[in-house]
Design a protein around this ligand. Structure first.
Ligand SMILES: [Zn+2]
Length: 153
């Protein structure tokens, strides 16, 4: 709840700042010019900001990498970070092939039907897998299992 209040306050502050900037076209143009100049002169600042973001969002980085590979192979489908997290939780935060416990940073998104075999990049074709399972599966058809459901029943 506290986080939500903080976020909403932050958003309001951001919006008011943007409105104030937009209200004065001369100032806004100057700000845009300065931002462009800084971006050109100091590419290291942007790189540092991106590195910081990558370290803070390892899940998004993994999902983006996977999506780019799938796009490169002309695969259909999209999977957003929150959908990938939902898939990971659905499979009990375990490898869907061997049942070993994983965390979001150690798991890998595996395409059940490999992209090379015409599989899609929709969330339904993605399961969490440990690195050894993902590496040895390659283009084979393995059946994912939900080990957490098995333990409950
Ligand atoms: Zn495994």
């Amino acid at each position: 709840m506290r986080v939500r209040i903080y976020q909403s306050v932050n958003i309001q502050l951001d919006v008011s700042w943007y409105k104030r900037m937009k209200a004065d076209p001369v100032r806004y143009a100057a700000w845009l010019e300065r931002a462009a100049r800084v971006a050109k002169q100091r590419p290291d600042l942007r790189r540092a900001r991106e590195r910081k973001w990558r370290l803070a969002n390892p899940v998004s980085v993994h999902v983006h990498k996977k999506r780019d590979r799938a796009r490169h192979a002309n695969a259909q489908g999209l999977c957003f970070p929150h959908q990938w997290e939902a898939r990971f939780n659905y499979y009990g935060r375990m490898c869907a092939y061997c049942g070993v416990k994983l965390t979001l940073s150690t798991t890998q998104a595996d395409h059940v039907i490999a992209i090379k075999c015409g599989g899609s990049h929709w969330p339904s074709n993605l399961v969490p897998a440990c690195s050894s399972c993902n590496g040895s599966k390659q283009m084979k058809r393995w059946t994912p299992r939900n080990f957490s459901l098995k333990k409950l029943s």
